[in-house]
Design a protein around this ligand. Structure first.
Ligand SMILES: Cc1cc2nc3c(=O)[nH]c(=O)nc-3n(C[C@H](O)[C@H](O)[C@H](O)COP(=O)(O)OP(=O)(O)OC[C@H]3O[C@@H](n4cnc5c(N)ncnc54)[C@H](O)[C@@H]3O)c2cc1C
Length: 435
């Protein structure tokens, strides 16, 4: 049977590979192959990582560690690709972005069941069952079609990208290599400390700085989990010192900016948590106030981008299938995955790509929905985007989404989540055997 996947990003590639594995002939559409970059994507590669090169933590006592552990058990292709191309970064799964995309390109090219169409897909309504994974920069033509098909229930908001620095331009006499709390065997972060006087000047300049002018449709609420640093600075002088510039676990410093390697060669470093929409010259001036960055050369400056997502709680059923009663066509054979569903984050995009693909396959093969048991991370993530919610906003996966005892002491948390992970493993094995 033939199916379509729109979008060759993280969710779309995972979905296409899973559908191919389940025996479907997959038409995978990726517009950047024909049209080049978007405001966030810089290449025409499949599964491009648009900002950070990190898939976050791996420890089974962290929410992202558990989610990745589940995806590993579920046989996620993109997680394997990430493991294969990882770079040292303490307890996080961080990859060489070029090698990662290359690995995914090869997996897609090797699959005899996937046909890659290097063009924009603009006909959402089709006789062929379709999985939409067009991401936060979904093309305008497709966005308009989704909007029409779903009776106008559509939202937009914006978030920001962090700057990247050429490693040769860092003044290492003013910086030190260390992981927070000295975790990990190698020191993977370069830390740029600021004394009180420099910090106060830095924050003052951020508070007074000009941002890129907002377009009228950008004047929406910013996503709280990804605030631009100037926005944080304006909320209070100490906000950054308790946020991305916190010195905890890094010795006695007033404030610290952490830099994380962007690639295996460590020629580029990302300013961790420094997403911004300041004007480019202003960014350079302010960031060069930091002693270690006084000569910094920026390979990429921070910027703002459109971030498109649908109102999933009103539009999708628990299998991520479009089930909107206001839809123009009865029972549309359309599933959604990735950032466009409001599942925010790279790992979350892969997780929903896997989940939507398996549910699409089961539905088309006349099998039961594969909702996965309560208490699993993937289920919790899907519930977060599909459960009724009048004030729906995109969501990263976090422990707050998982069911757990009401009063769990801090000391009990580690064991609780390790045990949860062990139970999930058993549940998954059963679920996957059934399908
Ligand atoms: C600016 C920005 C920065 C982000 N930074 C991070 C971060 O650092 N860490 C993190 O975890 N998450 C981040 N995210 C959130 C999110 O995890 C990523 O956007 C992630 O790439 C989403 O995966 P996806 O597969 O849904 O979308 P994408 O990876 O963007 O893939 C969608 C693909 O669909 C294609 N496409 C769109 N429309 C069409 C069409 N009509 N026809 C054919 N192809 C089409 C696009 O070209 C794109 O390749 C960021 C998001 C944005 C917008």
């Amino acid at each position: 049977m033939r199916v379509r996947v729109i979008g060759g990003g993280l969710a779309g590639c995972e979905a296409a590979l899973q559908l191919a594995c389940r025996g479907f002939e997959v038409d995978l559409y990726e517009m950047r192959k024909g049209m080049g970059e978007t405001p966030a994507h810089k290449t025409s590669d499949l599964a491009e990582l648009v900002c950070s090169n990190s898939f976050k933590g791996t420890a089974l006592t962290s929410a992202h560690g558990l989610l990745k552990n589940e995806l590993k058990m579920l046989g996620s292709f993109l997680l394997q690709a990430a493991e294969k191309t990882k770079v040292p970064a303490g307890e996080s799964l961080t990859v060489d972005r070029e090698l990662f995309s290359k690995e995914v390109e090869e997996l897609v090219a090797k699959s005899k069941k996937i046909t890659l169409h290097p063009k924009e897909c603009v006909d959402l309504i089709s006789e062929i069952p379709t999985l939409v994974a067009a991401g936060p920069l979904c093309s305008d033509a497709l966005a308009t079609q989704i909007k029409e098909l779903t009776g106008g229930k559509f939202l937009r908001f914006f978030d920001a990208i962090a700057p990247v620095i050429d490693s040769d331009s860092i003044d290492y006499s003013q910086a030190f290599a260390m992981n927070r709390h000295e975790k990990g065997e190698t020191a993977d972060f370069i830390n740029c400390p600021l004394d009180k006087e420099t910090y106060l000047e830095f924050v003052k300049r951020l508070q007074e700085a000009d941002s890129v002018e907002e377009k009228p449709f950008e004047k929406k609420e910013l996503f709280e989990g990804c605030l631009p640093i100037e926005e944080m600075a304006r909320r209070g002088t100490d906000t950054l010192r308790f946020g991305p510039m916190r010195p905890i676990g890094l010795g006695k410093h007033y404030a610290v900016i952490q830099l994380r390697a962007e690639n295996r060669q460590k020629t580029l470093y990302n300013m961790v948590g420094f997403q911004t929409r300041l004007k480019w010259n202003t960014q350079k001036e302010i960031f060069r106030l930091v002693p270690a960055l006084k000569n910094a050369e920026f390979a990429r400056l921070g910027c703002m981008h459109r971030n498109t997502f649908i109102e999933s709680p009103k539009l999708l059923d628990p299998s991520l299938k479009l089930s909107n009663p206001q839809s123009l066509i009865p029972n549309p054979q359309i599933w959604f995955a990735g950032q466009i569903t409001g599942a925010e984050g790279y790992t979350e995009a892969i997780a929903t790509g896997w989940y939507a693909a398996w549910n699409m396959a089961n539905s088309l093969l006349g099998k039961e929905e594969l909702l996965l048991p309560h208490g699993t991370c993937v289920r919790a993530l899907v519930e977060a985007i599909t459960a009724p919610n009048e004030d729906f906003q995109p969501m990263n996966f976090n422990f707050g989404l998982l069911p757990r005892p009401e009063r769990l002491r801090k000391s009990e948390k580690k064991d609780f989540f390790r045990e949860l992970s062990r139970k999930n493993l058993i549940i998954f094995t059963r679920c996957c055997r059934k399908n």
